[in-house]
Structure formats: C-alpha cells, structure tokens
Design a binder for this molecule. Structure first.
Ligand SMILES: [Zn+2]
Length: 302
C-alpha cells in the first residue's frame, strides 16, 4: 500500500501568463488528505478543483472554470504534480493563468522538490484500466488500455518537414518525468503566431518560453531533445489525464491528439464503468467490489 502525499511546505514563484502576457503569482501549499489538487483564484476568492467536471475551454491550453472564475494553462503544473506523486495540494494564483515560466514543466518540478513531499495518513487510490477505451476523430485518436504501471506512448505528425513523424514512449515515474519529459517545451508555428495574437492569445509568448518553428527550422538556438515536440505532447497528455483525480495504472496511447481529445478520452473512460476500477495498489482487489457481469447460474429445478 502507498500513502497519499502532499507538499511539506509552501513554495511560490512569479511569472507571466502565456496568453495574457501579464505577471501572475503562484503559490503551492500543503493540503489535507483527500483534498485533491485545488486551484484558488485569490484575487476572486474562488476555488476550482482540478477535476474533469470543471473543464472548460480546450483550444490552446486547458482551462478550468467554476462559479464564473477560471484558471488557464493548468496542464504543465498538473503534469508535474501528477508525475511526482502529489495527491493533495492547494495552488493559489492571483490571476487567470498559471505562469508559463520556460514553457516546460521543469520549473514546477524544481518548485515541488523545493517544497518536499509529506506522506498523509490515508492510502492512495489508483484508477486501474481493465479494458481498452478509445476515441477517434478523423486521423487522430487516443486510447487507454490495461497495464500494471502508467505508460504514455505518443505519435505526432504535422505538415512541416521538422515534425512529419515523431514517436516516443515512457513508463511515467518521478525519475523519467524529471529527466525525460518535464524539460520539453511548448512549441508553436511562426505562421500561427500572428493569428493567435489577433485573437488575443499568446501575448506573453516569446523564444524564452516556447519553441517557435519557422519554415526551415526552429528560431530558438537549439532543442533540448531531438524529439522535444513529441515529449511535450506527452507532458500535456499527462497533465490532462491528471484531471481524472487519481494516479493511473494503464497505458495511454495517442496519435496526433491534443487537449480536446485527451479530455474526450477521460470522459468516455468515466462513462464506461466496466473499463476501470479503483485499487489501493497494482496487485490488490478492487476497493469497491464490482457486481458480477453475468447472473449466477441457478440449477434447473426440474
Ligand atoms: Zn503544453
């Protein structure tokens, strides 16, 4: 059995929001067992749980909304909290967006390490995938299938010479996330930057916090990994499935997907009760006994 964990102490940082371009203060704080990850807009006095039920827009980032208050670009921070095994934490922000920092999850990993982790008295519950669940949209798809650990396999293919095909697969734990996934930065195409800005998005975007892809190559000096793009998609996908609210025992595979398809997969999973259960560890029986799928055989009276 493993125990739920929270942060040992409060830590914080300040940075600009990718879309608004305005400075925002972020504080990560310990939370009681069972609280889950909860965002708090301290400027509005509204708490927004990191849950699928609060999911709002999914166009360029993942946005959570509750009682008219929203918090944008939550996926990189949620990805780091999920992969490092933080079950319960309060995330205070004084604006509408989590700071983008360097466009990756590496600064959040450093913050979480700085805070330290503290075990809580309650045991952790895992969401275990029992049967495949899939969503398909044209040539894009995402699927959960059974596995005794959490693995993510991702394939991307864009209409650009640098990004025609990249594929990567990781067993996701704190070490693999910290070294192989967290440093991968957000990326965008130069040709799309103007459109984004006309729509009031990416106002805080720069070469300091995103890899920008021009016609023939990246505008930044160099990539952190040769396949940094697909690694960032893995980072985003982990942050999106974190909205299921429990660590996962299963294999997430996706091809050419994005925030909307990740969310659709999570919603379909929850709507398919035979495809998952909740266990205290990979080896254990379900915490809530499942009803038998077929009625017991009754001996024929004659
Ligand atoms: Zn991202």
């Amino acid at each position: 059995m493993t125990y739920r964990r929270t942060l040992k102490r409060a830590v914080g940082c300040t940075g600009i929001g990718l879309h608004t371009g305005r400075p925002v203060r972020l504080e990560l704080k310990p939370a009681p067992s069972g609280a889950g990850i909860v965002f708090r807009r301290v400027d509005l006095g509204v708490s927004i749980p990191a849950s699928l039920s609060c999911l709002d827009r999914l166009d360029h980032a993942t946005t959570l909304t509750r009682d008219g208050a929203s918090i944008d670009t939550v996926e990189h921070l949620l990805s780091a909290l999920f992969a490092l095994g933080v079950d319960d934490a309060l995330v205070e922000v004084n604006g509408p967006e989590v700071p983008v920092l360097d466009g990756s999850a590496a600064p959040f990993v450093i913050l979480i390490h700085e805070a330290g982790l503290k075990p809580l008295p309650e045991s952790r519950e895992y969401l275990r995938i029992l049967a495949p669940v899939e969503v398909v949209h044209g040539g894009k798809w995402a699927r959960f299938s059974p596995a005794d650990h959490f693995r993510v396999t991702y394939t991307i293919g864009f209409d650009h010479p640098l990004l025609r095909h990249q594929n990567a697969s990781f067993r996701v734990n704190a070490e693999a996330f910290t070294e192989q996934i967290a440093p991968a930065r957000t990326f965008g195409f130069l040709r799309e930057v103007e459109t984004l800005r006309r729509n009031g998005l990416a106002l805080g975007g720069s070469l300091e916090n995103a890899v920008v892809i021009g016609e023939t190559g990246v505008l930044n000096n160099k990539l952190r990994f040769e396949d940094e793009f697909v690694r960032h998609k893995i980072l985003d996908a982990i942050g999106d499935v974190a909205l299921l609210g429990r660590p996962i025992l299963g294999h997430l595979e996706a091809t050419k997907a994005g925030h909307a398809l990740h969310a659709a997969l999570c919603q379909k999973l929850l709507a398919t009760p035979d495809a998952w259960d909740v266990v205290a560890s990979a080896e254990q029986a379900p915490l809530v006994p499942r009803p038998a799928s077929a009625p017991a055989l009754v001996p024929d009276a004659s």
